[in-house]
Design a protein around this ligand. Structure first.
Ligand code: SF4
Length: 465
């Protein structure tokens, strides 16, 4: 069975079906999901995995910068709001120390296939601070011309010159936070950002030779409706982004304190949110963007769309990617790395993060070691999320003792109603997700999540759409 996804398949938005199915589920940036990580996982477990990896294999690197200048009321991220630039100097000294501790596990300077600066706000750092992080990176890695080096940009704080500087440092991809251009929506979420300053950043990225520019939008914010979102989309599309991510806003003020500053009465209800999403999907489809999966869209010639087409698409903690099969080293407070069968998460509290490094320890807070069943299901869920298909032959017991249907009997039973609803097609060899099932891929992936199946605790997940 050929596990590539035809990007010419146009997404079908079946509003009634979407409304009828369970609305929350994991985003599967990892399997098992991060809520299964346990605190008994030690730095020694992570060190053992790092030491065991092939010395010449390329690596991905994630750098977390937790600081933001101001707070966006919708935000559920782990961040530190401050205007004190010197806090970043302290943080970068610890970041350098952590990188050195991690790099002590490998020989030489492995090739850096992928680099991502995320946050918080990576562009909280000034040019000297950004350059110092790159000095740290160059001490331990070899940057390569074909590497994918990306950074999350907040245009409110970034000039054309800074973008050109980022290009000279080595960045070649960026994702630009927009969320919404409507002035009333922006005021309600405390994120005032003009189209002009956003355009300056994107045009500078093109001038600097960035190969892909992605923009982030959010639907479900206060005062949004179909008309406001259409206007925002028109403005966004005039910027000609290579990729768009359209995230769902979950209003959970009991979980996220900043959201208490949002007027709940102004938040669109679920029916209006579906209308907004439906219009958004249709508009992006009409303009020729390919649905990649979950909440991501890309131009047909973008490498993400090409990766979907040729079966190379992957998923990791940063979302969809073309290099996520590399081991991922993550540095910084709260960051999550993946080395073969091991996930490891750093301390979420900055003082605990500093204290571990002061003691000469890796700041590991929790993690997870996958067993054989987890590894099998991780591959299976990856195939569903990134290829919209399964070849059962890839997931048969090694001793040939059972068919797929026997080995996954409970899952097989749970797939039948989804097949009857038209989300997928089954035959004796495999599973293919239909165009209308693609939008509900998380609901299909959840069938194979053994931890979700056996979960005793109640865990809150985000909306599947
Ligand atoms: S949305 Fe981004 S910029 Fe805004 S507070 Fe959260 S992390 Fe900071």
């Amino acid at each position: 069975m050929n596990l590539t996804a035809d990007t010419a398949v146009r997404i079908e938005f079946d509003r009634d079906l979407i409304a009828a199915l369970p609305a929350s589920g994991p985003r599967y940036t990892s399997y098992p999901t991060a809520d299964r990580f346990y605190s008994g996982f030690q730095a020694a477990d992570y060190s053992a995995a790092l030491r065991a990896r092939p010395a010449d294999a390329p690596l991905s690197l994630y750098i977390h910068i937790p600081f933001c200048n101001t707070i966006c009321y919708y935000c559920g991220c782990n961040k530190i709001i401050t205007k004190d630039q010197s806090r970043a100097d302290t943080y970068l000294r610890y970041l350098d120390r952590e990188l050195a501790l991690q790099a002590a596990h490998w020989q030489g300077k492995p090739e850096l296939a992928q680099l991502h600066f995320g946050g918080g706000t990576p562009t909280f750092l000034d040019e000297a601070q950004l350059a110092s992080v790159f000095d740290s990176i160059r001490r331990h890695f070899t940057l390569v011309p074909h590497g994918e080096y990306s950074i999350e940009i907040d245009p409110r704080k970034v000039s054309r010159d800074t973008v050109l500087f980022l290009g000279r440092l080595g960045f070649n991809r960026m994702s630009v936070g927009i969320q919404d251009f409507d002035p009333r929506v922006q005021a309600a979420v405390n994120r005032i950002q003009s189209e002009a300053e956003t355009r300056t950043v994107i045009e500078a990225a093109r001038e600097a030779g960035f190969r892909s520019v992605s923009v982030d939008l959010i639907y479900g914010l206060p005062h949004q409706d179909t008309a406001t979102m259409r206007r925002t989309l028109e403005q966004v599309l005039s910027l000609d982004p290579d990729r768009l991510a359209v995230y769902h806003y979950a209003h959970l003020p009991h979980l996220f304190k900043p959201q208490r500053r949002i007027d709940t009465a102004a938040v669109p209800d679920s029916s209006l949110k579906l209308d907004i999403l439906q219009n958004t999907v249709h508009m992006l489809d009409e303009r020729g963007y390919v649905f990649i999966g979950m909440d991501h869209f890309a131009k047909p010639d973008d490498e993400l769309a090409r990766a979907l087409e040729n079966g190379r698409l992957q998923r990791n903690f940063q979302g969809y990617s073309t290099h996520a099969d590399c081991d991922l080293v993550a540095v910084g407070v709260s960051s999550i790395g993946k080395i073969d069968r091991v996930y490891s998460q750093n301390e979420k509290d900055i003082d605990a993060y500093y204290a571990a490094l002061d003691a000469g320890r890796l700041p590991v807070m929790r993690g997870y070691v996958l067993n054989d069943d987890d590894v099998l299901r991780r591959g299976l869920i990856q195939d569903l999320m990134c290829r919209f298909a399964l070849d059962f032959a890839d997931y048969l017991p090694a001793d040939g003792s059972a068919s797929f249907q026997e080995a996954f009997a409970a899952e097989w039973a749970d797939l039948q109603p989804l097949a009857q609803l038209g989300l997928l097609e089954l035959d004796e060899h495999g599973l293919t997700v239909t165009p209308k099932g693609r939008f509900l891929i998380r609901n299909i992936a959840m069938v194979f999540d053994a931890h979700l199946r056996h979960r005793q605790s109640s865990v809150s997940y985000s909306q599947t759409v």
